[in-house]
Design a protein around this ligand. Structure first.
Ligand code: NAD
Length: 484
C-alpha cells in the first residue's frame, strides 16, 4: 500500500497540520500512512464550526423528513465505499478484512436505523385541566463531542453519530491516534451526502492534548466517550466543570456462566467469538468463563483445543486470530499474563506473544484454576486471554460474576429456562446473553453498570441520549382553570 497522507475534516474542508502522526500496520509494525495531527487551535475551529451549524438551525429548521433523507443518503454512500474502507481499516487496525467490512456495513445500518426514527421524535401532551395546554418537545443537545477508541472505530463512531444527527445535533469526532484512517473514509462518504457545513467534523490528535482540551470546552453541549476507564474518569472531571451531560461506554470484565446442562457447541462457538474475535480487543469480550465443577475439566480441555486450533495471521488473510493493535498493547497483555501466573493461575495454553515475528501477535491464552480475587479475574486485559473459574452453586456463580467493579455484559449457558431467567435478573450488567455471546444487535440497548459506564447506546433508547426534553406550558385565555 502506498503511504498516503490523510487530513482532518473541519468546517467542510480537509485540513493539514504541521505535525503528522505515523500509522503503523499491526501485522508488520511498518509505517503505512500518516495523518495530520490536529492542533488545539484546529480543535477550536471544529467546535466553532459545529456551534455555528447547531445555532443556525440548519439541521432543525427543515422538516425532520430532511434528516431522514440525509441519513439514508449517508448509509448509501457508506455501502458504496465498504470494500475500500475495509481494506484500509484492516491494514491500520490488524482486524480481518471480513470484520473490517462488517464495520462499514454496520455503520450503514446505524444510519438506516436512526433514519427511521429521525421523524418520530415525538413529545407528550400533559393534561393540566381547564385553562392550560401543556406539551413536551425534544430539542437537540447542540454540539456533540464524540471521542472514539481504536478497537471498532468505524462502527462505534456511527453508533453515536447516527442518533446525534437524527436528533439534530452538530458533531465533532475525535478519532483514535492508533487507527484513524477508516474514519477518514467514513467521513469522505458522509461528505458526499450533502449535509450542512459544520454538521460533521473529524479530527485526529493526541488524546491528552486535543481530546482533553475539547472535553473541557464550553462550546461542547454533550460528550459521548467510548474508551478506557481512566480516560473516561478524566473526561468526566472536565465535563463536571461545565455540567456537560455525558454518555460513557467504558471497559468490562464480563462473565459467562456455564452450567452442567449447557449445550457444548453453543459454549464453544461463544468462546471463539467472545474472546478471540478482534484478538479479544472488545469491551464486551467474554473474558471470564465460570464453569460448574462437574464439567470444568472437560470444558476447559475443549476450549484449549479450540484455542490451539486457531490460525494466527494477518487480517487481510482473514486469519482466525489477528494481531493486537500495538507493541504497547501487546506488552500490557503479556504483563497481565505474568501477574496471573505469579498469583497462582495456571497457563492451560498460550500465555505469551508469538516470537520471531514483526507483528504484534498474542497467542490465544487460557488460564485455569483462576480465583475471583486474582488480578486476571478483576482487570480488563483487552486481548485474547480467557480466565476459567470453577463454581459449585448458582448462588456462588452469580456472586463471582457480579464481583468486579465492572458490569457491561454477562452470559448464561443452560437448557433450564428458569435458571437462565433467574440468573439474568440477578446479573449486574447492561446486557445479558442466554446461550449465545453477542446475541442482539444495533437494535438492542447497550451500556454499562459501575465502572463500565452509564447512558445507553444502540436501539431506540439511545436516541434519547442525544436530545433534551423541553416542557411548554400554555395559559389559555377564556377558559377557567386553577394554577395548581
Ligand atoms: P483510551 O481511553 O486510551 O482512548 C479512547 C479515546 O480517548 C482516544 O480517541 C484517545 O485519543 C482519547 N483520549 C485519550 N486521553 C484523553 C483525554 N485525557 N481526554 C480526552 N480524550 C482522550 O481507550 P482505547 O485504548 O482507545 O480503547 C480501549 C478501551 O476502550 C478499553 O478499556 C475498552 O474496554 C474500552 N471500550 C469500551 C467500549 C464500550 O462500548 N463500552 C467500546 C470499545 C472500547
Amino acid at each position: 500500500m502506498n503511504i498516503r497522507n490523510w487530513l482532518n475534516y473541519i468546517d467542510g474542508q480537509w485540513l493539514d497540520s504541521e505535525q503528522r502522526l505515523t500509522i503503523l500496520a499491526p501485522a508488520t509494525n511498518q509505517p503505512m500512512a500518516t495523518i495530520a495531527q490536529a492542533t488545539v487551535a484546529q480543535a477550536d475551529l471544529a467546535l466553532a464550526a459545529a456551534r455555528r451549524c447547531a445555532d443556525s438551525g440548519a439541521l432543525t429548521r427543515p422538516r425532520p423528513a430532511q434528516r431522514v433523507t440525509w441519513l439514508l443518503r449517508i448509509a448509501e454512500e457508506i455501502r458504496a465505499i465498504a470494500d475500500e474502507g475495509a481494506r484500509i481499516l484492516c491494514a491500520e487496525n490488524g482486524k480481518t478484512l471480513r470484520d473490517a467490512r462488517t464495520e462499514f456495513v454496520e455503520a450503514a445500518r446505524y444510519f438506516e436505523y436512526y433514519a427511521g426514527m429521525a421523524d418520530k421524535i415525538e413529545g407528550r401532551s400533559i393534561p393540566l385541566g381547564n385553562g392550560y395546554m401543556d406539551f413536551t418537545v425534544y430539542d437537540p443537545m447542540g454540539v456533540s463531542l464524540q471521542i472514539v477508541p481504536w478497537n471498532f472505530p468505524v462502527s462505534i463512531c456511527a453508533r453515536s453519530l447516527a442518533p446525534a444527527l437524527a436528533g439534530g445535533n452538530a458533531v465533532v469526532i475525535k478519532s483514535p491516534e492508533l487507527s484513524p484512517l477508516g474514519l477518514c473514509v467514513l467521513v469522505e462518504a458522509i461528505e458526499r451526502a450533502g449535509l450542512p457545513q459544520g454538521a460533521v467534523n473529524l479530527l485526529c490528535g493526541r488524546g491528552r492534548e486535543v481530546g482533553a482540551h475539547m472535553a473541557a470546552s464550553k462550546q461542547v453541549d454533550q460528550i459521548v466517550f467510548t474508551g478506557s476507564v481512566p480516560t473516561g474518569q478524566s473526561i468526566l472531571r472536565a465535563a463536571a466543570e461545565n455540567a456537560v451531560p455525558s454518555v460513557m461506554e467504558l471497559g468490562g470484565k464480563s462473565a459467562a456462566l456455564v452450567f452442567a446442562d449447557a449445550d457444548r457447541e453453543q459454549v464453544l462457538s461463544s468462546v471463539r467469538d467472545g474472546i478471540f474475535f478482534n484478538a479479544g480487543q472488545v469491551c464486551s469480550a467474554l473474558s471470564r468463563i465460570l464453569i460448574h465443577r462437574s464439567i470444568y475439566d472437560e470444558v476447559v480441555e475443549s476450549i484449549v483445543q479450540l484455542a490451539e486450533g486457531l490460525h494466527l495471521g494477518a487480517g487481510e488473510d482473514n486469519a482466525d486470530l489477528t494481531p493486537v493493535i500495538s507493541a504497547g498493547q501487546l506488552a500490557g497483555i503479556e504483563a497481565l499474563c505474568r501477574t496471573a501466573q505469579a498469583e497462582g493461575a495456571v497457563v492451560a495454553t498460550g500465555g505469551e506473544a508469538l516470537s520471531g515475528v514483526a507483528g504484534h501477535f498474542m497467542r490465544p491464552t487460557v488460564f485455569r484454576d483462576v480465583t475471583s480475587h486474582m488480578t486476571i479475574a478483576q482487570q480488563e486485559v483487552f486481548g485474547p486471554v480467557l480466565a476459567a473459574i470453577v463454581f459449585d452453586t448458582e448462588e456462588e456463580a452469580i456472586a463471582i460474576a457480579n464481583g468486579t467493579d465492572f458490569g457491561l455484559v454477562a452470559g448464561v449457558f443452560t437448557q433450564d429456562l428458569n435458571r437462565a431467567l433467574r440468573c439474568a435478573r440477578r446479573l449486574r450488567a447492561g446486557q445479558v446473553f442466554v446461550n449465545e455471546w453477542y446475541a442482539g444487535g444495533i437494535e438492542t440497548p447497550f451500556g454499562g453498570v459501575g465502572l463500565s459506564g452509564y447512558g445507553r447506546e444502540k436501539g431506540q433508547e439511545a436516541l434519547y441520549s442525544y436530545v433534551r426534553t423541553k416542557n411548554l406550558a400554555v395559559r389559555i385565555k377564556g377558559e377557567e382553570g386553577s394554577a395548581s
